[in-house]
Write a protein that binds this ligand. Structure first.
Ligand SMILES: *[C@@H]1O[C@H](CO)[C@@H](O)[C@H](O)[C@H]1NC(C)=O
Ligand SMILES: *[C@@H]1O[C@H](CO)[C@@H](O)[C@H](O)[C@H]1NC(C)=O
Ligand SMILES: *[C@@H]1O[C@H](CO)[C@@H](O)[C@H](O)[C@H]1NC(C)=O
Ligand SMILES: *[C@@H]1O[C@H](CO)[C@@H](O)[C@H](O)[C@H]1NC(C)=O
Ligand SMILES: *[C@@H]1O[C@H](CO)[C@@H](O)[C@H](O)[C@H]1NC(C)=O
Length: 282
């Protein structure tokens, strides 16, 4: 699904608010603001708390879910607010990653609303990243438009900091002359999408050598390297590499890259260090 262009809803808003603008202004409602409440799933620090802007930081881990939490509560709770548009944009890219507009939700893969069934008691417009990527790092801006008019447009800016998941960066110990398993099981389907593994390549970092590769149903390998479980399917994403006869020269860092039919968004990478010790009783 292609996210809608950033400009479309602005046009919609102009149309929608055009008629109400004068009424709202004459009633002096422009001075009535929201109190915006924000917090985040893991670590967040609120930097400011003025009425129409908010900013906080959020930390996520690659390959995991991250919640960018944003909740607004109208100060004037005598009034009913119906949410018309919620737009989450990635600042600097012009990309609308997630949008609710006119009862329709459009989203980039991996982005969804945490609680999309809004009403006058639920104004939780948080965005959930179902499979956080290093490339998701950046600043996001959320804008909420209600039927109360432009005076009530609320904006939050959230910075997302993504840390490379440690479980994708492991160390394994092998013994020369024995088998060593470099284990990597990727989890592409946090959001329930069934993906077919199309390319798996294991490279030895620094040498430029691809020691093992699956590509287009063909496996190519250097002697002594093989896939532990090469029959992948929707429930088996175990792309572990087995060294059948480990040697001292195999010591080093390996990078495994996985590509699926889901496109670049679902690509994953693991870096695994192999430490080989000499077999004391060969
Ligand atoms: C918003 O919804 C998310 C997902 O259900 C939840 O984890 C979070 O606590 C909610 N935020 C508030 C302030 O209720
Ligand atoms: C409002 O939405 C919340 C969360 O989806 C739900 O629990 C609640 O029952 C809803 N209230 C009304 C009045 O529809
Ligand atoms: C991956 O496959 C290898 C070889 O069968 C097995 O030893 C390992 O436990 C598997 N890993 C997971 C997480 O299932
Ligand atoms: C998926 O692969 C695993 C391991 O090779 C196998 O045990 C399982 O039966 C397969 N499932 C399907 C639906 O093909
Ligand atoms: C493993 O490699 C060593 C050194 O190349 C060789 O001497 C040995 O026979 C091999 N072992 C097996 C089981 O292939």
């Amino acid at each position: 699904m292609k996210p809608s262009a950033g400009g479309e809803w602005i046009e919609y808003l102009k149309l929608f608010y055009g008629t109400k603008m004068m009424l709202v202004t004459s009633l002096g409602f422009l001075m009535i603001h929201f109190t915006i409440h924000c917090s985040c799933l893991t670590t967040c620090s609120r930097k400011s708390n003025n009425n129409l802007k908010d900013y906080h930081e959020c930390n996520g881990f690659s390959g995991e879910q991250t919640l960018l939490e944003y909740m607004f509560t109208p100060k004037d709770d005598r009034a009913m607010h119906t949410i018309l548009i919620v737009a989450w944009n990635k600042v600097g890219t012009g990309e609308t990653v997630l949008e609710y507009n006119n009862n329709r939700i459009t989203s980039a893969p991996g982005f969804q609303f945490a609680v999309p069934d809004w009403n006058d008691t639920n104004y939780n417009v948080s965005m959930l990243l179902t499979n956080t990527k290093m490339t998701d790092m950046g600043k996001y801006k959320c804008q909420v438009y209600t039927d109360m008019g432009p005076a009530y447009v609320a904006t939050a800016t959230i910075s997302l900091i993504v840390t490379d998941n440690l479980k994708h960066n492991r160390e394994y110990y092998g013994v020369s002359g024995e088998q060593t398993l470099l284990e990597y099981v990727f989890t592409p389907n946090n959001d329930g999408i069934k993906l077919t593994t199309t390319i798996v390549s294991w490279n030895k970092v620094g040498t430029g050598e691809t020691v093992l590769e699956y590509n287009n149903n063909r496996i190519t390998s250097a002697p002594g390297f093989q896939f532990a479980v090469p029959d992948w399917n929707y429930t088996n994403y175990n792309v572990s590499m087995l060294l059948t006869n480990t040697t001292m020269t195999d010591m080093g860092k390996y990078k495994c890259q996985v590509h699926t039919d889901g496109g670049p968004y679902y690509d994953t990478t693991a870096t695994i260090s192999l430490i080989v010790t000499v077999n004391s009783n060969p």
